[in-house]
Design a protein around this ligand. Structure first.
Ligand SMILES: Cc1cc2nc3c(=O)[nH]c(=O)nc-3n(C[C@H](O)[C@H](O)[C@H](O)COP(=O)(O)OP(=O)(O)OC[C@H]3O[C@@H](n4cnc5c(N)ncnc54)[C@H](O)[C@@H]3O)c2cc1C
Length: 329
C-alpha cells in the first residue's frame, strides 16, 4: 500500500490548489490533487472563465480560463495525480500518523493535507422541476463534456449568465436547433456575447421559466411559463443543459475538528491548522489581515508546502532553493 501514500494531498483544484500542486512537485513531494467538479479551475472556470483578470503578477491582463490552463500546464511539469469529480468527505488519522481521506467514491492515503477548498465544494444548482433528477446524465446535463454529443439535436439551454450564453453560441453550429430560456429579459453575460447571441439563429425565450417536464426514459418536452404573464409554451427537446450557476458548501469538512471562523479555516503564519499535518491556503483559510485574492493564495500555497515538507521530514529545509536552480527537461 505504501506506493499509494502521497506526501501531500491537496483538496480543491482552484488556482491556489493548482499552484500549490506545482510547488509541491518543485519541492520533490509526491502530490495528489482532488476536485469535486469534473474540471479544474475552481471559481475561475465555474463562475467567470471568459472574464479578464488584471491583478495577477506578471500578467497585465489574463483571461480566467487561460490562467487556469497555464496553471495546469505548470502543475503537470511534475505529473501530480489529478482526481476529478470526487468530493472529499471525511478524514481519519491512522496509527502510523498518515491520513485516510474518503470521498464520495474512493479512499486516498496521504502524509499531509493542504485544504484549498475555496468556499467549499462546488455543485451545480439543480433544475428541480418535476422529477428532473431522474433525467440527470440521461438528457439533462449540468456540464458539457463533449459538444459533439449535441450534434443535430434540439438543445434547450437554461440560464442567463456567461456559461448559458457561451454554450448556446458554441453549440449553435453543431446542434440542429438551440433555444435559450432565461427568466429575465436582461442577460448577465458579457455584453459582447449577448450582442453575438442576438445576432445569431438561437431562439431566445425571455422572460420564461420551465415549470414542467414530460417524458418517460428521457425528457421529451419542456413546459415553459412566462414570468408574471400567462403565456405557456411547450417545446420538444433532445437535450436540456441547465446553467443556473453553482452552490458551494464547506460540507463535512466542518466536522473534522478544525478551528473554523466565519466559514473559513483558521491557520497560523505557517498555514498550519489546529490539526498537525493539515494545512489550508487560499480563500478557505483565515488569519488576521487575510484578503481573499488569487495573489495572496499564490503565496500561501508555497508556505504550506514548505512547512508540510518539514513536517514529513524534520531535516528538510523550509526555505526552498530558488526555482532558477532547477533543471527541467
Ligand atoms: C466573479 C468573480 C471575479 C473575481 N475576480 C477576481 C480578480 O480579479 N482577482 C482576484 O484575485 N480574485 C478574483 N476573484 C476571487 C478569486 O476567484 C478567488 O480568490 C480564487 O478563486 C480563490 O482560489 P482558491 O483556489 O482558493 O479557491 P476556488 O477557486 O474557490 O477553488 C476551490 C475548489 O475546491 C473545490 N473543493 C471544495 N471542497 C472540496 C472537497 N471537499 N472535495 C473536493 N474538492 C473541493 C471546489 O469545487 C473548487 O473547485 C473573483 C471571484 C469572482 C466570483
Amino acid at each position: 500500500m505504501t506506493e499509494n501514500i502521497y506526501d501531500v494531498t491537496i483538496i480543491g483544484a482552484g488556482p491556489v490548489g493548482l499552484f500549490t500542486a506545482f510547488y509541491g512537485g518543485m519541492r520533490q513531494a509526491s502530490v495528489k490533487i482532488i476536485e469535486s467538479l469534473p474540471h479544474t479551475g475552481g471559481q475561475l472556470t465555474a463562475l467567470y472563465p471568459e472574464k479578464d483578470i488584471y491583478d495577477i503578477a506578471g500578467f497585465p491582463k489574463v483571461r480566467a480560463q487561460e490562467l487556469v490552463d497555464n496553471l495546469v500546464e505548470q502543475a503537470n511539469l511534475f505529473d501530480p495525480a489529478i482526481v476529478l469529480g470526487q468530493a472529499i468527505e471525511t478524514v481519519e488519522r491512522l496509527d502510523d500518523g498518515t491520513f485516510k481521506l474518503t470521498s464520495d467514491k474512493e479512499v486516498h492515503y496521504t502524509k499531509t493535507i493542504i485544504i484549498t477548498a475555496g468556499n467549499g465544494a462546488f455543485q451545480p444548482r439543480r433544475l428541480n422541476v418535476g422529477d428532473s433528477e431522474q433525467y440527470e446524465g440521461v438528457n439533462l446535463h449540468y456540464h458539457v463534456k463533449d459538444m459533439n454529443q449535441y450534434k443535430d439535436q434540439n438543445v434547450m439551454l437554461l440560464g442567463g449568465g456567461d456559461s448559458a450564453v457561451d454554450w448556446a453560441l458554441m453549440l449553435e453550429p453543431i446542434a440542429k436547433k438551440v433555444t435559450l430560456v432565461h427568466r429575465r429579459d436582461k442577460f448577465r453575460a458579457h455584453e459582447h456575447s449577448v450582442e453575438k447571441l442576438m445576432a445569431s439563429n438561437i431562439d431566445v425565450l425571455t422572460p420564461f421559466v420551465p415549470v414542467n417536464i414530460e417524458g418517460t426514459n428521457k425528457i421529451d418536452k419542456v413546459v415553459l411559463e412566462e414570468v408574471k404573464g400567462d403565456r405557456k409554451i411547450e417545446l420538444e427537446v433532445d437535450s436540456v443543459l441547465c446553467n443556473y450557476g453553482f452552490i458551494s458548501s464547506l460540507g463535512p469538512i466542518k466536522d473534522w475538528g478544525l478551528e473554523i471562523e466565519k466559514n473559513s479555516i483558521v491557520v497560523n503564519s505557517k498555514m498550519e491548522t489546529n490539526i498537525k499535518g493539515i494545512y489550508a491556503a487560499g480563500d478557505i483559510c483565515t488569519y488576521p489581515g487575510k484578503v481573499k485574492l488569487i495573489a495572496t493564495g499564490f503565496g500561501e500555497g508555497p508556505t504550506a508546502i514548505n512547512n508540510a515538507k518539514q513536517y514529513i521530514d524534520p531535516k528538510a529545509r523550509i526555505q526552498p532553493k530558488h526555482s532558477t536552480s532547477m533543471e527541467l527537461l
